[in-house]
Design a protein around this ligand. Structure first.
Ligand SMILES: [Zn+2]
Length: 320
């Protein structure tokens, strides 16, 4: 238990060697024969981005990420210790080195760790792979980064994937808004959650979850939630994107606004934890629990936001 809450972290990433599936915006590096002036500009840009990341770590008193590599099985063990240390019931990894790798870690700790499929939805076999990842491997959702999908989300070519989600009864977690740390992507045809509305309407039994309060598209997300009751929101990460909004906006504001519009049953806590030695980003949980408690949320609503909603969407109540 964390305080009196059975916490499920709906959104974390299992960091495994060679898996760049989290973060990572544009990784443009100059070709060997690049104009020296271009190469110099890109070098300066990379330096600025590194400084921005360091500033963020210092602001939260986070350690430097480790450079050691651990196997997926070792990472699973480290995460169990981390959950125990902080009193967290379960974690859902939304990426983790591909479906087979992540499923192997889930299978070793089925009562504490669950996972989502994460593969290219535009691949010809994407729907079949999703059926395999859920039906055979035991994953419980599907994670996408919309700004990495190079067809509009409502394109008919993706409908077999949405139909598979509907058949399987799994939630779909879709990142919209700026992607990666400083220097990442902030423009793309799928950057705003508005593009999801036709899909969310056509698949009313599929639960879609939009992380990080929709990032810079918070208004679009609020209206999407107004339009489609099957759209949910996760609170994961530092939410430092609020710094770039052109008006004052805090995590407290976001909790209040979403709570008063969509209510407690469509809000899910997530940490967006990934790397060690930070491990589980307890800081984010502490901040969010404090905000919710100071809003005078009743105990049953706190229980939903910090675990119950995740259990319901991931189908964790039946079983373990
Ligand atoms: Zn994430």
């Amino acid at each position: 238990m964390f305080q009196d809450l059975q916490v499920v972290d709906f959104h974390a990433h299992l960091a495994v060697p060679g898996d760049p599936s989290h973060g990572g915006g544009s990784k443009r590096t100059p070709p060997a024969d690049a104009d020296p002036q271009v190469a110099e500009r890109l070098r300066v840009r990379d330096k600025q981005n590194q400084l921005a990341r360091r500033q963020w770590r210092q602001a939260y008193d986070f350690p430097e990420p480790e450079s050691d590599e651990y196997t997926p099985a070792e990472q699973g063990e480290r995460w169990i210790a981390e959950l125990d240390r902080h009193g967290i019931d379960r974690v859902c990894f939304v990426t983790g080195g591909g479906n087979d790798t992540l499923a192997s870690v889930v299978a070793a700790h089925p009562d504490r760790i669950c996972g989502m499929a994460h593969h290219d939805p535009t691949a010809p076999d994407a729907a079949a792979e999703l059926e395999r990842a859920v039906g055979s491997l035991g994953l419980r959702g599907y994670k996408m980064f919309a700004p990495r999908i190079d067809v509009p989300l409502a394109d008919r070519s993706l409908y077999p994937v949405w139909e598979a989600c509907e058949r399987l009864g799994i939630p779909v977690l879709i990142h919209f808004g700026m992607l990666g740390a400083a220097g990442g992507v902030s423009y793309h045809q799928n950057i705003s959650p508005v593009v999801l509305e036709p899909v969310a309407r056509d698949f009313p039994t599929v639960d879609f979850v939009i992380p990080h309060f929709g990032i810079q598209h918070v208004t679009d997300l609020l209206f999407l939630c107004w339009s489609c009751p099957n759209v949910h929101v996760d609170s994961s990460g530092s939410n430092q994107w609020v710094r770039w909004m052109p008006y004052p906006l805090t995590l407290d504001d976001l909790f209040r606004k979403f709570y008063e519009t969509i209510g407690p049953s469509r809000l899910l806590f997530g940490s967006d934890s990934s790397w060690f030695p930070r491990g589980f980003a307890i800081r984010y949980l502490q901040d969010q629990v404090r905000i919710a408690r100071l809003m005078n949320m009743p105990a049953d609503e706190l229980a939903l936001i910090f675990g119950g909603n995740a259990r319901r969407l991931l189908g964790l109540d039946t079983g373990a």
